[in-house]
Structure formats: structure tokens, C-alpha cells
Design a protein around this ligand. Structure first.
Ligand code: MG
Length: 252
């Protein structure tokens, strides 16, 4: 048996892993596409903000959020969380961000109401509504694979379905790298996502093909390096709590 020296192992581990960007052959939103297998996540956990985190919601105040144009946030705080108030629209961070590590906890309504996309739908968007990590009640709820919880909406289904039951707190840990654009506005490098749902890897360094959208896949168009992060009002009383991020562009 040939032994691999630690030095060789180190070299192997340091080979950069290329981002993945290949879309499947399945049409967007295909109902026939096989659903990701179910993986029961471990016990509910939370992660307190580390020392260099920017805390976006600590249980008591929506000061870091706006309903748009600087207006106060319209969603409601309840039991240390905040809840979508249907019809009030998207909520955006007052500050703008580029590359981030983001932690956000969410819970879909209990009892569950509706089916498919009309059940516990919300979303975490980077770059002012452009790039959505889907929030959906995907527990015992059939919908198209690229639209369930943990999907990069309309492009990449989650690797597995690690969703918890309605009303239970779930965690997203998202690593996002913004797209880069050349001086002439053309794309230099695509937006990239790594996502954990309830501690389970669901997106592994995936490169988007453009903004996430319903029934379309538009191309990237140049935008500012730093933009607000938004949460979607899709008409369902989804709750969020313990929202924080680390600004990777200000971390040496
Ligand atoms: Mg959504």
C-alpha cells in the first residue's frame, strides 16, 4: 500500500475547487424533475453572532430595516422574531453589502396553509432583489425542485431536502460572493452561493447564471458592488430571527 505523505495531502487539499455553474437539462420549474431526497436534520440549533458580526435583528428592533426609501419597516415583531405582514412588501436592510457570510433563522407558519409555492413562501435576496435563496415550507409539500427551500430559485434545487416542520426554527448559513463586472459592464465573474439549511449543505459553491426569476433566466447586468439585502413578502406569515452577517469585504 502506498502511503500518502502529509505534504501531498496538504497539496491536494489546497487545490482550488472550481465553482459549479452547469444548469441541468431539466426545463426551469419542471414538475417532472426528481425531488431532492429528504435528509432529517439534527437537533434545532442556533449560532450567536461572532464578535465581528453586524447584527441585523437581535429580537427587539427593526431599526436596521426599511420598507423602502428609508420608510420604517412594516413587518411586526412577535416573541423575539419578526413576521411578514402580508401586503406590506419587501423589507430591505438600510445598509448595503457585497460579499457576506449570513446567518438567518426562519419558521414557516403553523398550521401549514396552502400547497406548492403558496405555502410558507418568502426568500432571502442578495443585491436588492436579484439573487434569491428560496424560503418555503418544503416539509411534506410537493413543488418543483428548483423552487423548494434551499433552492437558488429557478436555477439550482437544493442538494437535499433538510427542511423542518412548520413552526419550527430553521437556519440558513449563506456564503455569498457578488458578481464582478468589467469597466464596460460585461460580466467578469458570476454571483456564487454556498448554503447550509439546518446545518446540511444544500448549495455547494454554485455560480448563478443571472438574477433568479420566475419563468425566466435573465442574464447578469452590471450593478453596484454593495446593495441592500431583502426579505420577500410573498403573502405568507413567515417569521425570522437572529439575523446577522459578516462583511467579507471588510475582513482581512
Ligand atoms: Mg420566495
Amino acid at each position: 500500500m502506498k502511503l500518502v505523505t502529509p505534504l501531498v495531502l496538504l497539496a491536494l487539499c489546497s487545490v482550488p475547487v472550481a465553482a459549479q455553474s452547469k444548469l441541468s437539462e431539466w426545463p426551469q420549474h419542471s414538475e417532472d424533475r426528481p425531488r431532492p431526497r429528504v435528509v432529517e436534520p439534527g437537533a434545532v440549533y442556533t449560532v450567536a453572532p461572532p464578535a465581528d458580526a453586524i447584527v441585523l435583528f437581535n429580537g427587539t428592533s427593526l431599526d436596521k430595516w426599511t420598507a423602502g426609501s428609508g420608510a420604517p419597516a412594516k413587518w411586526r415583531i412577535v416573541d423575539g422574531a419578526f413576521e411578514v405582514v402580508p401586503g406590506t412588501g419587501t423589507m430591505s436592510t438600510r445598509d448595503s453589502f457585497g460579499d457576506v457570510q449570513m446567518h438567518v433563522e426562519w419558521a414557516s407558519p403553523k398550521p401549514a396553509v396552502g400547497t406548492g409555492q403558496d405555502r410558507g413562501n418568502s426568500g432571502v435576496f442578495m443585491a436588492d432583489g436579484r439573487y434569491e435563496t428560496q424560503v418555503l415550507d418544503s416539509r411534506d409539500n410537493v413543488t418543483y425542485a428548483d423552487g423548494q427551500a434551499g433552492a437558488l430559485y429557478g436555477q439550482f434545487p437544493p442538494l437535499v431536502n433538510a427542511t423542518r416542520a412548520p413552526g419550527e426554527w430553521q437556519t440558513y448559513d449563506i456564503v455569498y460572493h457578488r458578481p464582478r463586472f468589467k469597466a464596460d459592464g460585461s460580466l467578469q465573474s458570476a454571483a456564487r452561493f454556498t448554503v447550509f439549511l439546518n446545518g446540511v449543505l444544500v448549495q455547494d459553491n454554485m455560480e448563478l447564471v443571472g438574477p433568479t426569476a420566475n419563468k425566466s433566466r435573465p442574464p447578469f447586468t452590471a450593478h453596484a458592488d454593495r446593495l441592500p439585502i431583502t426579505l420577500q413578502d410573498h403573502g405568507h406569515r413567515v417569521r425570522y430571527r437572529n439575523v446577522w452577517l459578516r462583511d467579507l469585504e471588510k475582513t482581512p
